[in-house]
Design a protein. Structure first.
Length: 422
């Protein structure tokens, strides 16, 4: 469940509503009663979350605790297997789940361009890991394999999954991450028959030009997937943004998301983000007409304080509750001793959004912009414009510049988004 594969390889990647569901259940009961049969129970979709961080620290432990009431399950990245088959364990810590009764799934991520999972070696790594979590009173209920192979490898992948499933401890379910690119492959049936459950990833699965997430495509894939599987599945939905770096030929060469790349390339890049409005619209349509076997959502990824590209936990709460998170911009002017004023823009909302342009309604005889801003116009028609792609995260203040005016400056938010935007 990562971003797109790059460097020439194939494009493949990574509450509320209960009242409505109760009403639907009641209607189903009336119809069933009229036919003289028992009505099947209608369950509201539940929400799980991926913990994809490799380093487990106090902010992560705090976020796990703060989200206990929001997510019914946690999908923990426990290891990544490189293209040459090397097992790289994360710092996932069972002690972080002390007193936490949520369902846990151990996720192992394989490089889609590398070797397919080998059941025997995978089991040799998994058994002591599972035993350690069991002894730490934080047992896993399932293992999820995340392998974004091409469709030509699906038949072989299905065979390996069957072998793996046979070697897992009794009572431990096997899950798999599935991709929309597999939907037209007949071999997908073998993969789905080999596992107990699945997660369909519907973000970062198209070329970057198509964006990080598209609600219409995601719904189409979800309904097509429901026609292919007979077992429970979830949708992996995005609650984050990412930056893609391109070479001179326009091909992606690096992806930066929750952590800043140490060897950040000196290449042009583009910020891509999942917009809450798009995700919310998808959830509304799925709740109104749920696909068969759909259990709910697996969110990617657990929000942490300081994660510049993830939604805040507050924003994620709002989306799950069916409410649109909003950015709330506020202009801040701070007088200086020399008669000038420092200008800044704050976002007091719960979600990042493109910064709006600012208009100065007062004649000024001196000014300058800083950081992510550009000054435009003259002394009587001065504007401060955000640089292309600049998004202001929630809870942050961006220094815009300074100005010296004949009177106390008046600065307004020019954009139609004004002070209240999604």
């Amino acid at each position: 469940m990562q971003g797109w594969r790059i460097q020439g390889r194939a494009w493949a990647r990574r509450g509320t509503g209960a009242r409505w569901w109760r009403r639907l259940a009641a209607m189903a009961g009336v119809v069933a009663a009229s036919l003289g049969v028992a009505a099947p129970p209608v369950a509201a979709p539940t929400h799980e979350v991926y913990v994809w961080q490799r380093v487990w620290n106090e902010p992560l432990r705090g976020a796990l605790g703060d989200s206990r009431d929001l997510f019914s399950g946690v999908r923990v990245l426990v290891a990544q297997v490189s293209g040459d088959g090397r097992w790289q364990a994360t710092q996932a810590d069972p002690a972080a789940f002390t007193g936490d009764a949520r369902r846990r799934v151990a996720v192992v991520r394989f490089d889609g361009a590398g070797q397919a999972p080998v059941a025997e070696s995978l089991l040799a790594e998994l058994r002591p890991l599972l035993a350690r979590w069991q002894s730490g009173a934080a047992p896993f209920a399932a293992v999820e394999i995340d392998y974004d192979c091409g469709t030509a490898r699906l038949a072989d992948y299905a065979e390996r999954l069957r072998t793996l499933r046979g070697g897992l401890p009794a009572g431990l379910a096997l899950s798999v991450t599935a991709l929309p690119a597999w939907l037209d492959a007949g071999e997908l049936d073998g993969v789905l028959d080999a596992v107990d459950e699945s997660v369909l990833q519907v973000h970062a699965v198209q070329r970057p030009a198509a964006g990080l997430f598209d609600a219409a495509s995601a719904e189409r894939w979800a309904r097509a997937f429901a026609r292919r599987t007979t077992r429970p599945f979830r949708l992996a939905l995005p609650a984050y943004g990412t930056r893609v770096y391109f070479d001179d030929a326009g091909q992606p060469r690096a992806v930066e998301s929750e952590a800043r790349l140490e060897d950040r390339p000196a290449l042009p890049g583009e910020e891509l983000a999942a917009e809450p409005r798009e995700v919310l619209s998808l959830l509304a349509r799925l709740r109104a007409d749920p696909p068969a076997h759909w259990q709910g959502v697996a969110w990617f990824r657990l929000p942490l304080p300081g994660d510049r590209r993830a939604w805040t936990l507050a924003a994620l709460r709002e989306v799950i509750a069916g409410t649109l998170p909003r950015a709330r911009f506020e202009v801040r002017l701070t007088p200086q001793a020399n008669g000038a004023h420092d200008l800044a823009l704050a976002n007091g909302g719960t979600v990042a959004a493109p910064a709006p342009a600012l208009r100065v309604a007062t004649a000024c005889n001196a000014h300058d912009a800083v950081g992510d801003w550009i000054a435009a116009g003259d002394a009587t028609r001065l504007r401060f414009l955000p640089k292309p792609g600049f998004r202001l995260p929630p809870g942050r203040t961006s220094p815009v510049g300074w100005l010296r005016c004949a009177q106390a400056p008046v600065v307004t938010i020019e954009d139609s988004q004004a002070k209240d935007v999604q």
